[in-house]
Each structure stands twice: as structure tokens, then as C-alpha cells.
Design a protein around this ligand. Structure first.
Ligand SMILES: C[S@@+](CC[C@H](N)C(=O)[O-])C[C@H]1O[C@@H](n2cnc3c(N)ncnc32)[C@H](O)[C@@H]1O
Length: 239
């Protein structure tokens, strides 16, 4: 069977699973039907190709993302950010089924407008910003999902300790991130390694900070000496 038909079959099976598992949530069902309807007029692959000039669009199957969300322990207390949100399907699912704060960041105006319109029409409390990943504010994000080809990892450095980042294909190659899980996940084009990493506490490089730290310790010792000197005198005099 050709790759085209394999992908179509995968998508058909995926849609059946989504209907069976997630259409109990009426709002999610309406949004998802909205996506199906608009797909006749706005092909996300074509819109993205027109904007970026590359074939870099693809979507994470909802059932795959549900597994990843479970593995990353995504709860309703979390602030979820999909960096490169495409049509925003994952944010709609996470908002409807997990109940967390959700935000999508996407550069293609047509895709952002579609997700903003669906959020408005079906009153789903999700936010979509037309923005470059590089300028996204991640200081409040507790779970970030990244399924994009090219991005600058240093943008993750503003994440707070304890926050998790999910990446597809390869782990984050940055100090201050530890891989906590590696999962094999299904995508329309095959199986991919997905990495769940946690931001760990920021460490001060010892070489840079030791001088200042030592200086502060010495300062504290001098203060202590000043306090203890009169006590010592009284003690000596009393003996
Ligand atoms: C592979 S799609 C993933 C869509 C969605 N996150 C999902 O998993 O279903 C990647 C998306 O990231 C967007 N993207 C890629 N580079 C970007 C950048 N520098 N700034 C903003 N969006 C970007 C693309 O336009 C595309 O819509």
C-alpha cells in the first residue's frame, strides 16, 4: 500500500478512536467537527507550506497526545503551552479533557485565526497567539510541548524548575534539563521517540560564583567576631 493510503487509513482509525473516546465532551466534539468542516476549505498543510515555503506541517494524533499528557502528568493545575500549535487541536483537547490553562503559539496567521475563531465560537477558554517561538513567554508554563523541526532550545531556559517539556525526536540538549521518560509514540508517519524532560533547579557555576560566595562568608565571619569579642572579654575577666 502506498504511503499516502497508509496515512489516510491511520487518520481514519484515529478519527474513529477520537469519536469513541472523546466525543462525550460535547464542546470538544463540536470543536473537532468544526476542524473537519473547515478542512474542506482550509487545508492546514497548504496554508503552512504557503507561509513557510517548506513541508513542515503535521499534527500529533489526539490519542497519542493523551498518552504523552498522562506520562508527563499533565493535570488541571498546569499551564500548558503548545509551541508551534498549528490548528491548536492539542490545546482544545487539553482544555476540554484535562481542564488546565492552555496556550498555543503559532507563526502562521491563517492557522491562528482558525483556532481563535473556534475557541470564540464554542467558548473554549484557550488562548492562541500569533508569535514566533523565539519570543514566547514561558516563565509561567509548567508543561511545554514541542513538535517542530527547527527551534532554538535556549528559549526553554526561562522555564521554572519543576516544569516539564515534551519533545519529539530528540531530547533537549541543555544544562538544567533532565530526561525523566522516553516513550515510543505513534504519529501518522511512523513511530517516534518522545522525551519528557524536567527543568531542574538552576545551578550557579562554582568557578564563577565561588569568589563572591567566599567574600560573603568572610564578611559574615567578621561580623560574628565583632559580636563575640565583648563576650570573650567578660568571660576572660570573670575567670
Ligand atoms: C509539526 S506542526 C505541530 C502542530 C501541533 N503542535 C501538533 O503537534 O499537532 C509545527 C507547527 O509549528 C509551527 N512553527 C514552526 N516554527 C515556528 C516558529 N519559529 N514560530 C512559531 N511557530 C512555528 C509551524 O507553523 C507548524 O504549524
Amino acid at each position: 500500500m502506498s504511503v499516502y493510503f497508509q496515512v489516510k487509513l491511520f487518520q481514519l482509525r484515529e478519527q474513529m478512536r477520537v469519536i469513541c473516546r472523546y466525543y462525550r465532551n460535547v464542546r470538544f466534539a463540536l470543536v473537532d467537527l468544526g476542524f473537519c468542516f473547515f478542512a474542506f476549505f482550509f487545508n492546514p498543510y497548504r496554508i503552512c507550506r504557503k507561509f513557510t515555503g517548506t513541508h513542515s506541517y503535521g499534527e500529533t494524533p489526539i490519542t497519542t497526545f493523551a498518552e504523552l499528557a498522562k506520562a508527563a502528568d499533565l493535570t488541571k493545575e498546569d499551564v500548558f503551552v503548545d509551541l508551534g500549535s498549528g490548528r491548536g487541536k492539542l490545546c482544545f483537547w487539553a482544555s476540554s479533557w484535562i481542564g488546565c490553562d492552555c496556550r498555543g503559539v503559532e507563526q502562521v496567521p491563517g492557522l491562528v485565526r482558525l483556532s481563535q475563531w473556534l475557541a470564540w465560537a464554542f467558548r473554549v477558554p484557550v488562548r492562541f497567539d500569533q508569535e514566533k517561538l523565539e519570543t514566547a513567554d514561558l516563565s509561567h508554563a509548567t508543561v511545554v510541548y514541542l513538535y517542530t523541526m527547527e527551534w532554538d532550545e535556549t528559549l526553554l531556559l526561562e522555564m521554572q524548575p519543576g516544569a516539564r517539556v515534551i519533545t519529539v525526536g530528540s531530547p533537549v540538549d541543555l544544562e538544567g534539563f533532565a530526561v525523566v521518560k522516553r516513550i515510543e509514540a505513534r504519529y501518522p508517519w511512523g513511530v517516534a521517540d518522545v522525551f519528557i524532560q524536567q527543568r531542574i533547579a538552576q545551578f550557579m557555576p562554582i568557578e564563577e560564583d565561588s569568589g563572591e560566595l567566599f567574600g560573603r562568608m568572610k564578611g559574615s565571619i567578621h561580623v560574628l567576631e565583632d559580636i563575640l569579642a565583648p563576650i570573650d572579654e567578660v568571660w576572660d575577666a570573670s575567670r
